[in-house]
Design a binder for this molecule. Sequence first.
Ligand SMILES: NC(=O)c1ccc[n+]([C@@H]2O[C@H](COP(=O)([O-])OP(=O)(O)OC[C@H]3O[C@@H](n4cnc5c(N)ncnc54)[C@H](O)[C@@H]3O)[C@@H](O)[C@H]2O)c1
Length: 351
Amino acid sequence: MTILVVGNMGYVGPVLVQHLRQAYPQAVLIGYDAGLFAHCLLGAVALPEIMLDRQIFGDVRHLDKTMLEGVDVVVNLAAISNDPIGNRFEDATLAINYTAAVELAAKAKQAGVHSYVFASSCSVYGCAEEGAKTESSTLDPLTAYARSKVMAEKKLIPMADERFTVTCLRFATACGMSDRLRLDLVLNDFVAGALTQKKIVVMSDGTPWRPLINVKDMARAIDWAIGRKATNGGKGLVVNVGSNEWNCQVKDLAHAVAAAIPGVDISINTNAPPDKRSYRVSYDLFKELAPGFQPRFDLKSTILEMTDGLQKAGFQNAAYRESQFMRLNVINKFREQGLLDEKLRLSFGNG
Ligand SMILES: NC(=O)c1ccc[n+]([C@@H]2O[C@H](COP(=O)([O-])OP(=O)(O)OC[C@H]3O[C@@H](n4cnc5c(N)ncnc54)[C@H](O)[C@@H]3O)[C@@H](O)[C@H]2O)c1
């Protein structure tokens, strides 16, 4: 089996590649990425990409179809992956997260790829506090990022047929350790704040609901999607990925971190305007379709994993919100240096 992981050099990618290498030791694993965050490693004992058979640097908007020859599975993680960047670079976000994702699927289908796995997001539910949202609930994408995921899903699902399975995984917000850690994700931010400043600064009033999933469990869900048969969920499937038990309010996350790390203060911004991005999500369908791939990590074990991982990496940077572990800071730095244009294309053109 040959698996192409597009967008493999971000936060999720290294964890996925490690999982796939263990799960499919004989498989040919190929990575394709623009490399925007390739240098943002934390505590890695080795470059994550050495587990691949091949790493290609390139822009997903210009992925040459010859790269899909002989490929059985495409996992598409490539994206402008958060709201602040998405709002600032809306056109690029739609071009990468939506147009390129659909074009990649079309090229893959034509090349004879039989499974396309797309990393979508539960943020498509937007403002959804009354009851848990299911896959058939109304969507309310509030940001360019969330809109790009809705638009992509809508075009991808009808592309599925007997020979081309499409699985859109609507992931909860990720957390947990990765060789390319992101600290712009809520739980990761809280653990970093607790360890380095003895303080958790909650930007909102703490009331928004935010379901979470450990990045290792995301990798297992992708593994399930790779092997999924059309008889299990249909040729084209959209499914929420996370666990019902892990629908938490942001303030509960802060309290859980403070309970695990002694001497930590929590500062909640009671004057913050209400954060409309608040959703509770039902993961019943995922439970039904993928009983052997349910999340293993919970809030407590993930906080422990992160505390341990950050301490082992010697992470002490109290100014981490200014660091390269926030995706927007890296993009801004590239822009300042003139290396990235308004469309978020690298000026030295790796594709
Ligand atoms: N992290 C989360 O909480 C979360 C939750 C739900 C869904 N997702 C989705 O999972 C996927 C992976 O998320 P992540 O946290 O690893 O994001 P990330 O930002 O860490 O990684 C994204 C990767 O895509 C690459 N990329 C961006 N633009 C590209 C382009 N034009 N051409 C080629 N590569 C490009 C980047 O270089 C990076 O390596 C994304 O699609 C994201 O939307 C993530």
